[in-house]
Design a protein around this ligand. Sequence first.
Ligand SMILES: [Zn+2]
Length: 315
Amino acid sequence: MAQSPRLLNSVKRNPLREILRRSFLLIVLISHFSLLISRLQAQDSAYARRVICDLSSPAMYGRGMQHRGDSIAASYLRRELKTFGVKPLTKDYYQYFCFPQTRTKPPIVEKGYRSQNVCGYHPGQTDSMIVICAHYEHLGMHGDTIFYGAHDNASGTAAVLDLARQLSSNKTLPQYTYVFLFFGGEESGIVGSHHFADHPLIDFSKVKLVINLDLFCGGDEGLMVVNANAPETKPYVDLMERLNGRHRYTAQIGRRDNARNSDHWYLSQHCPAIFIYTLGGPFGGYHSPTDTCDGCGLGNYEGFLTLLRNFLEEL
Ligand SMILES: [Zn+2]
C-alpha cells in the first residue's frame, strides 16, 4: 500500500520524532532478545537442576548396588540420550562389566556384581573424536542411610547430559564426533572406566581430547583442571585459560599434574585426557548423606557450561 502524502510530510517535518521512534523500537528489540537469551540460559540450568535432583532422589537409592540403584540411574541416562537422538555405541548403549574384589572397607559393591557404562555418540564431519564423560554411580546405602551423591557426581553427570542435549540439537554437523560416556564403578576403584580403557568401544588414536567432569556443584572459587601440565594436554588448558581471560566465565582455572583420582586416569594412558572439578562451594557434602540436591549450588553453572561450549567450538 502506498503511503499518503500527508504521512510522508509528517515524517519529513519531524526527523527527531522518527529518531526517537526508531531508538524506542531498537530498545524494545534488544530487551526482548536479552530476555530470550536469559530464558534459554535459565532453561539450561533448570535442566541440570532437574537431572541432579532426579539422580540424587531416594528412588535411586544412592546409585549403588542396593536395590540396583546404579541400574535405575543407567536406564534414566539411556532414556535421556535416546530422547536427544544421541546414537548408541553398543546395541543398547550399555557396556557391561563385573566388579573384581574391591579394596574399599566395608566393600560398597560385592565381587562379581554386574554393572554398566552408558555410551553414546553424536557424529561429526570427521571421525576425530572429543570424549565427554562423568561417573554416574555413587556409594549407594549403608544400612538404611542413603548416600545421595548430588555433588559426587550427579552434578558432573548432569553437565555431560546437558552438553549432549545441546550439542546434538545443532542442525549442522559438528567438526568432531562427540562421544558421551557415563561410567559406573568409580567409587569402588575407578572400575568402569578401567574396563572401558581395557575394552575400548572407540579408537583411542582418533581421540583428540577426553574431558571428564566429576564434582560439579558450587564453584564459587573457579575450576581445577587435573592433568593440565602434560605436553599433550597443556595446549588445551592454555586455550581454556585464554578464553576465560577474555570472557571471565569463572573466577580462575587452576592446574594440577595428573592423578589417579577420577575416570580420566586410565583413559589418559591412551589419549589426551583432563579432569575438571569445581573449586569452592556451595555443595551439600562429600561422601556424606548430606550431599543432597538442595545443597548443590548452580549459580556458576551457566558460566562453566558456556566456557565448555566456547572451548569446544575453538578446538
Ligand atoms: Zn566419590
